[in-house]
Design a protein around this ligand. Sequence first.
Ligand code: SF4
Ligand code: SF4
Length: 489
Amino acid sequence: MDVHKVRLEENDAISSIIKDQEEFRDSIATVDEKGKRVWIYPKKPSGLYHKWRIAVTVLLLSILFAGPFLKINGQPFLLLNIFERKFVILGQAFWPQDFFLLAIVLITFFVFVILFTVVFGRVWCGWMCPQTLFMEMVFRKIEYWIEGDSGAQRRLNKQPWDATKIFKKTSKHIIFLLISILIAHTVMAYLIGVDNTADIVSRPPSENLAGFLGLVGFTGIFYFVYAKFREQACIAVCPYGRLQGVLLTKESLVVAYDWLRGEPRGHIKKESPAKVEHGDCIDCKLCVHVCPTGIDIRNGTQLECVNCTACIDACDDVMVKIGRPKGLIRYASYNSIKDGILQIVNGRVIGYSVVLLVLLSVLSFALITRSDVEATMLKVPGTLYQREPGFITNLYNVEFVNKTFGELTLEMKVESPPTAQLKKVDSNAIIIPAEGFVKGVYFIRIPDKDITNARTVVVLGVYHNNKKIETVKVKFIGPVVKASDAKRN
Ligand code: SF4
Ligand code: SF4
């Protein structure tokens, strides 16, 4: 037989096996062939991991709801006022002038997320993401409480609209709406502060229509996401979920099925339950039935998996019942299952860690040296320099921004060159209100005999209570003076 032909046939056979095995990646469990939504009815999860997730959820949601009320030195713990471009993080105010600092914070955060994902996979999604916490640990639990487990929910949705169904559906959606209102108000409090949110709530809508519509909009979004959109937010919208394909490595810790232990699958025969002629997976499909995104983790790591651990608990329960060791589905890396060795630290992890350390050092330095006052000094547009008897003068616009929560009285002094003089056009003291700014116009005068350059750098110090808090450097424009002329002067 022609060897070439045999090879081609072998290749075709292998391609067809791979195609069959990977076919599940061509579609998502929540959309059918016609593109219609397939509603997921996950079985109620229970088990050790679920108990831990309840504890973590209680802690994190308590922090989330208490956050707007928490204060550090009288300032919010976290305020992200994008409307007024004012941000308070851990009681420290950040202004648009701190843009570079926020940029470093964001880059550091992204590198941290990448590093965290490379090592721990989607631990964030399953344990900390507000979407998963609210969906699986709050809204879904209310649904189980009112409508029962997955089977009862299916039956309720199919049955005609009788009194029971109307009562259950109405009460569920009223509770969903109330929780959505609570979340909307919390988000608003993080954006504009708890006092302003209380102000919107306490006044008639007509007196603050924008704020009222904002709250209605947020409520509508949260209600829609948790009542209807659900797992689609993770599967189709979340950019972090989409990034998993490039972030995860074969060393990343993810919720994984141990195919070496589990395969080949088979059912335990009732007549001889002790006799197992196959792998540990008895193909009970409980891991699929509990999955809130409707996937089969036995197919391998998939973008839809939010690492909620429900399948771990379900499978552990099965393993206990059939007398096999727990952990057929567990936190493991692909390589740790294949080779039996868990190796978290690799070149990629070291590389990201080094970048993260450098960024953290830069950020710490920037935060430590960050000034309470931002002074911007620019030459008055359209002016060059003026001559006075024995002096050259430049005119400047100065803006002082107070980044603190208290009023500041400032003083500006020349540091160099020593003969330069600074004069404010008006003689008012520089008093900047808390979180505010003031503008002023200043003259700088330098004796013309000291000008040896067309552009002299003048260094000024900004003082508060005789303590220097900021240094400003400006260019002073003067005539080009020949050395011989300077000597004669
Ligand atoms: S729950 Fe465990 S035993 Fe049952 S199908 Fe899933 S992996 Fe197999
Ligand atoms: S596969 Fe398991 S861990 Fe992943 S989403 Fe489904 S139940 Fe959760």
